[in-house]
Design a protein around this ligand. Sequence first.
Ligand SMILES: Nc1nc2c(ncn2[C@@H]2O[C@H](COP(=O)(O)OP(=O)(O)OP(=O)(O)O)[C@@H](O)[C@H]2O)c(=O)[nH]1
Ligand SMILES: [Mg+2]
Length: 299
Amino acid sequence: MSEHKSGFVNIIGRPNVGKSTLLNDLVGERMSIISAKPQTTRHRILGILNEDDFQIVFSDTPGMINDPKYKMQAAMNHFAMTVLEDADVLLVMTDVLEDRYIGDEPIIESFKKCKAPTFLVINKIDIDHAKAEDLAVYYKELLEPDNIFLISALNKVGTDVLLEKIIEAVPVHAPFYPKDQLTDKPERFFISEIIREQIFLQYHQEIPYSAEVVIQEYKEVEKNGAPFVFVKAEIYVMRKNQKVIIIGKGGSNIKQLGIEARKYIEEFIGKRIHLELYVRVKENWRNDDRLLKSFGYVK
Ligand SMILES: Nc1nc2c(ncn2[C@@H]2O[C@H](COP(=O)(O)OP(=O)(O)OP(=O)(O)O)[C@@H](O)[C@H]2O)c(=O)[nH]1
Ligand SMILES: [Mg+2]
């Protein structure tokens, strides 16, 4: 039997380039939430790919921001930087829409700091293949990555080859996690993320950025011989008018939010649920140390 391989493969890059889409492709599960808006991901999300002879522990991270404006964003940047230390392979991701990143400091710094093999991943080739090729030439000289991949994470183009090269690059090592484990976070974390994803998809302007979701209660019972879960979640927003928008006329918006979130939560946990949503106003939560701690942004 060949030796078992295992390693940490960490994805970093600017907001919105497709990091979470790629993570989900690679592990074959909807681990990380996705939206067309930047700064969707706020935590380090582990997605573990298990086979008989390898275990790859992928990490998705929040997109790196140049000038964090509040403590929550600083914590997000910190999550992104921690992955430089434990990477066995670093995937630095960019996309064809990214003129704005050229000469990009945090990305160049990441390359310099990381001792592991670095793969540059240029995403969204479905939009502009020629631009992807130009970027590959540009970055090859600027960053000297160990490998460059042109992919479309959305259409799963080029991701098979990327995965093959990742498996080649990880070291021979025993598995870090039990072989049936898919992530390191509890079910309730993913439930709050799925609700947050729906907030990103259904509301606009500052609302998604002002909102946080906390699971207050998660109770599993048996109903008609099958597991059934009661979930009570609180949505924190920063102002009263945001609460009014979240709820909508006669509760219409929050009802729609609940319907959509429940559908995806049931799919994710494989159990029927009853979901109750409450909206609370906490003016300055993005800068409040105590709240950020209770929301899991700082230790
Ligand atoms: N056209 C195209 N769109 C893509 C591709 N990959 C991802 N997207 C879209 O790009 C947007 C951002 O994707 P995410 O996966 O949320 O990006 P992210 O890098 O995780 O973003 P943050 O969490 O905000 O840092 C979504 O609308 C995706 O559907 C791709 O290959 N082609
Ligand atoms: Mg993301």
